[in-house]
Ligand binder design. Structure first.
Ligand code: NAD
Length: 324
């Protein structure tokens, strides 16, 4: 019997948090994974455990420049982009470029290779939403010239460009709108609420909550997010789709939960709310349930326990490195 040819997938942003988990998943599913990253916010240590594998290769490349990949490609996952406010405020032009020029390059590559492409969009396309929960039909409330505009507008452009390639060129496209996701391999210092709170709690520092802490967020554990993305890639659905955990809670409540889970003596202190910080964030996942048969399986508490264990180890390794 003839063996089925191995599927080849290009994953951009592969050395980052979500990209590295996607590499793991597709290697596990026996794909040939071509990982691409310029390491601007990612780290090779997230994927170095895959380097010895015959079906894994790494390309150090900035996808905002022309992208060339030899051989056939069946799928492209475009995940390259700074994703935390600290990062995209530090590198605003690169953020706009990877969402626009980078996306254009990858759509062109997908067209050339006749590959299916899935692009990583974000709940930030909804801006500071005036409706809750946010369904895919909501057009959003984004300040294009505010500090977060570089990220939000790059992602909105990315969606528009992807839809244009689908409609005009008949490209096989997918758009996932990712809501806050957390888990091992997020950078401790990336400025997002969960890693910051966990690092502060483990070090015994006070937890800095912005505003009065009543603004809400909902947090999806990484294994659930990866499962949703995997299913979307393999489903015939090209409209944008929300993937996230609809369980909403205040930022203050999550800070308290982390203090309790780490058994920390830290206290909460309050600082000024950043400009355009969204007041509420909660996905409507009715469509993901219906179309993908998907919903989150891991509770926030369970996810936090896993994540805290990972960060404890990281902090221990960091101390060891400093001593050596
Ligand atoms: P991350 O910063 O950990 O990973 C992003 C990766 O992209 C990094 O490894 C970085 O080096 C790489 N990169 C950035 N610009 C590049 C370029 N020009 N060329 C090549 N590589 C480049 O962030 P993440 O949390 O893993 O986010 C991954 C994707 O998911 C992003 O597109 C982000 O917008 C999206 N997303 C993530 C979340 C979340 O909660 N983590 C939420 C919404 C959307």
């Amino acid at each position: 019997m003839q063996q089925k040819a191995q599927k080849r997938i290009l994953i951009t942003g592969a050395a980052g948090f979500l990209g590295s988990h996607l590499c793991d998943r597709f290697i596990q599913e026996n794909y040939h994974v071509i990982a691409m990253d310029n390491l601007i916010t990612g780290a090779l240590e997230n994927i170095e455990h895959l380097f010895h594998m015959a079906n894994f290769e790494f390309h150090h490349h900035d996808v905002s420049k022309f992208v060339h990949v030899p051989g056939k490609l069946d799928y492209i996952l475009h995940f390259a982009s700074p994703a935390s406010p600290i990062d995209y405020l530090r590198i605003p032009i690169q953020t706009l470029k990877v969402g626009s020029l980078g996306t254009h390059n990858l759509l062109g590559l997908a067209k050339d290779k006749q590959a299916r492409i899935l692009v990583a969009s974000t709940s930030e396309v909804y801006g500071d939403p005036t409706v809750s929960p946010q369904s895919e039909e909501y057009w959003g409330n984004v300040n294009p010239v505010g500090p977060r505009g570089v990220y939000d507008e790059a992602k909105r452009f990315q969606e528009a460009m992807t839809v244009a390639y689908h409609n005009f060129h008949g490209l096989d496209t997918r758009i996932v709108r990712i809501f806050n996701t957390f888990g091992p391999r997020m950078r401790l210092e990336d400025g997002r609420a969960l890693p910051t709170f966990i690092a502060q709690a483990l070090r015994g520092d006070d937890l800095t909550v912005f505003g009065n802490g009543e603004q809400t967020r909902s947090f999806c554990y990484v294994s659930d997010q990866i499962e949703g993305i995997y299913r979307l890639l393999h489903t015939e659905y090209h409209e944008p789709l929300n993937i996230g955990n609809p369980e909403e809670l205040s930022v203050k409540a999550v800070a308290e939960e982390i203090i309790a889970l780490t058994e920390s003596k830290s206290k909460i202190i309050y600082e000024a709310l950043p400009v355009d910080d969204p007041q509420q964030r909660r996905p409507d996942i009715t469509k993901a349930k219906r179309i993908l048969g998907w919903e989150p399986q891991v509770s926030r508490r369970e996810g936090l326990i896993q994540t805290i264990a990972y960060y404890k180890q990281k902090l221990k390794d960091g101390v060891k490195q400093q001593i050596n």
